[in-house]
Design a protein around this ligand. Structure first.
Ligand code: HEM
Length: 180
């Protein structure tokens, strides 16, 4: 996540440099960079992420007919049903191990990828291993969507959960079910 965040910052700065190169005013530079970054992100969600997640027919249906259930009155917002229940489906896609680059073997999620520290050089991500890229082999796949979580998510480290006397709170499954 930290390195994806950094990649987004770098992309934003590249858009800002481009806008500056075209002679945009300082205020317009940042409005343009933010808009272009947002549009690229939304393009990837609409054209790559959603079709691979829910299938092209459903994406086409929603684009053509509009949303059936989510009809915000006024400003759009993230509904509780989405944040606290539905979208946590993604937890079951997490793998037990990830290969981050070609120099190191796959490493387990925890403790290796815990974060909360500067990224060590050996953990530098080679994005072609995480996203399908023209000219490279297929990237690693997410775990299949089912009713199971990878073991590291059933034993979340204290660094994530905080101190707790309730053992079950180390299980993301318990947390997801309770919030849901
Ligand atoms: C290594 C990967 C991940 C870890 C360790 C992780 C861990 C967590 C934890 C600890 C929580 C808070 C649990 C609670 O007390 O309620 C949480 C919330 C959440 N996670 Fe994840 N997660 C991961 C990946 C994902 C993915 C891939 C998705 C979706 C595609 C996702 C969606 C969510 C959502 C929607 C929430 C609730 C956010 C909210 O309350 O607004 N997570 N996750």
């Amino acid at each position: 996540m930290a390195q994806l965040h950094l990649a987004m910052l770098k992309a934003h700065n590249a858009f800002a440099d481009e806008a500056r190169g075209r002679g945009a005013s300082e205020q317009a530079v940042f409005d343009t960079a933010a808009r272009e970054m947002r549009w690229h992100y939304q393009w990837a969600i609409l054209n790559e992420f959603l079709p691979s997640l829910v299938g092209r027919p459903l994406v086409d249906e929603v684009i053509a007919d509009g949303p059936r259930w989510f009809r915000p009155d006024g400003d759009a917002f993230i509904p509780l049903e989405f944040a606290d229940a539905a979208y946590r489906y993604g937890h079951c896609q997490i793998r037990q191990k990830y290969q981050l680059n070609r120099e190191t073997d796959p490493v387990p999620l925890f403790p290796d990828l815990l974060g909360f520290r500067p990224v060590p050089r050996a953990r530098t991500v080679d994005w072609t291993l995480l996203f399908d890229t023209p000219g490279s082999d297929a990237a690693q796949r997410a775990k299949k969507i089912d009713g199971r979580l990878a073991p590291p998510l059933i034993h979340l480290p204290v660094a994530i959960t905080g101190e707790t006397e309730i053992d079950e709170y180390h299980s993301l499954a318990v947390r997801d079910l309770q919030r849901g």
